[in-house]
Design a protein. Structure first.
Length: 171
């Protein structure tokens, strides 16, 4: 299919809306998001021979698009704080993850976007995209332990912001 413009156009038409939505979760400016999505599609089209059919094509493409977003953000000086062993106290206790039921999914996503970048992208990749820590580690080029720590800290910060927001919302 590489080089077959009609087939590429069909793939683009089939996946463009979904990939644009994914891109917009990382790139806030809509025009920039379109550019990043286009770059991701170009990268995918040049790598079509690497697609082995082990996962759905949409999942393979989504990974490329997310990597393109992350690469773009890194170029904008996204820096991850390297964690050392003393810093690593992982308590990934989802039992403590409770926010008020009146808080909408959209409000949660808006609050995630306000998190510091070092937390925001790990939280998005884990909670929204469904990647595990090994995959996040590969996508962001960070150690797995850093992914775990950033997720724990990001979720804690997210929970605190949401709970504070809800208190003000009903006051």
């Amino acid at each position: 299919m590489q080089g077959n413009r009609k087939a590429q156009l069909k793939l683009y038409d089939l996946y463009a809306d979904a990939m644009y939505s994914v891109t917009c979760r990382y790139i806030q400016n809509r025009e920039d998001a379109k550019d990043v999505m286009q770059e991701g599609f170009l990268k995918a089209f040049t790598r079509l021979q690497q697609y082995k059919g082990e996962v759905a094509f949409g999942a393979w493409l989504k990974r490329i698009i997310i990597n393109q977003c992350i690469d773009t953000l890194k170029k904008r000086s996204l820096v991850y704080e390297e964690m050392n062993e003393q810093t690593l106290t992982i308590i990934d206790d989802d039992a403590t993850w409770e926010v008020h039921s009146d808080i909408s999914k959209q409000e949660i996503i808006q609050v995630i976007d306000t998190l510091p970048d070092t937390y925001k992208y790990v939280v998005k990749l884990y909670l929204i995209e469904g990647y595990d820590h090994q995959e996040i580690s590969e996508i962001l080029n960070i150690p797995v332990r850093t992914s775990r720590t950033q997720l724990m800290r990001g979720k804690t910060k997210l929970k605190n912001i949401l709970n504070d927001h809800f208190k003000h919302k009903i006051s």
